[in-house]
Design a protein around this ligand. Structure first.
Ligand code: GLU
Ligand code: ZN
Length: 316
């Protein structure tokens, strides 16, 4: 129980402990990295729980990172709402929250490094033109030598070769990046840094060595491995759990109007979310903290099915 509480009661102690832990290479360091596009819904709660349980069951750290890189999509107060919901549910993180909006200079420096090493090029293809290419960029601007800046995106040049992981849930996953994705955007036309760049920069900076997240991001992983290789960063281990799908087989998301969870009733909510992680806490457990503690002690990632999606019957 004290484990769930001390980062709140004594943040200084938690931060010192965290720093000590990040220096020891073998220590599990995981994270939950929500985009604050709205309050947590059942799908994002499952993501929070899966990463939390895996970290706590391993005696590891669980960091919280707000991926607030796209202000137009982030309603005011959404980040605080998410923090409040996690807190009400007893999902207490270690150390201070990292806001990606405070990391823009670091991303710019990394981009500069990639640009000077010749891995990037500017691309002024219109949205419509890119759409006509389908899901793989056709290399149109690769050799055009456009200057960076202005109204151009910056893309990372891919090269032939397979990037793959041994996912703890999905098993082997591989992608031939150049033919499956093509040169991809690391800074958007509107000047915003792309998720792929920021996530790699921050996982490395925070010494994250275990990533547990939804299988909708499996497809992004080879791009991240490529960036890690170019930048000389270590590769974390990955586990991609099946995401919750609504009645139309779409991932539960703000975009598809998933309802916010009601964290003022933590116990039924935790029990519901745990079902999707193959955990059924005994009925006689009393209260959310007992349920959460039981879940940490009974977490078994090998019971999660190697599927990309699972239907959320009761909520969408
Ligand atoms: N911010 C991403 C999302 O909410 C998750 C990023 C990650 O876990 O790598 O979908
Ligand atoms: Zn282009």
């Amino acid at each position: 129980m004290h484990r769930l509480q001390d980062s709140r009661r004594n943040p200084g102690k938690a931060i010192r402990r965290l720093n000590a832990q990040s220096r020891s290479p073998g220590r599990y360091i995981g994270r939950f990295a929500p985009s604050p596009t709205g309050p947590l819904h059942l799908g994002s709660l499952v993501a929070a729980l899966a990463s939390y349980l895996d970290a706590r069951a391993a005696g590891g750290c669980w960091l919280l990172r707000m991926e607030d890189l796209d202000p137009p999509r982030e309603p005011a107060g959404a980040a605080d709402t998410i923090l409040g919901q996690l807190d009400e549910l007893g999902l207490h993180w270690d150390g201070p929250v990292l806001y990606q909006s405070t990391r823009l200079e670091a991303y710019a420096a990394i981009l500069e490094q990639l640009w000077h090493a010749g891995f990037c090029f500017a691309c002024d293809c219109s949205r419509t033109h890119v759409r006509t290419m389908g899901s793989v960029y056709d290399g149109h601007c690769r050799e055009r030598k456009l200057p960076a800046g202005g109204d151009s995106a910056i893309r990372l040049r891919t090269r032939p070769g397979v990037f793959g992981i041994d996912d703890r849930i999905q098993g082997r996953f591989e992608q031939e990046l150049e033919s499956a994705v093509g040169d991809f955007v690391v800074r958007r036309r509107d000047g915003l840094f792309a998720y792929q760049l920021a996530v790699v920069a921050d996982d490395a900076m925070q010494h994250v060595n275990q990533v547990v997240r939804g299988a909708d991001l499996l497809d992004s992983t080879p791009r991240q491995l490529y960036l890690q290789a170019l930048l000389g960063y270590p590769e974390p281990r990955y586990a991609h759990f099946p995401v919750l799908l609504n009645a139309r087989d779409q991932k539960l998301s703000k975009q598809h109007f998933a309802a916010p969870v009601d964290s003022s009733a933590p116990e039924p909510l935790l029990r519901l979310a745990l079902e999707y992680l193959q955990l059924s806490p005994p009925a006689e457990l009393a209260g959310p903290w007992e349920v959460l503690d039981w879940a940490v002690n009974n977490w078994d990632i090998l019971r999660i099915p190697a599927r990309h999606g699972i239907s959320a019957r009761r909520h969408s």
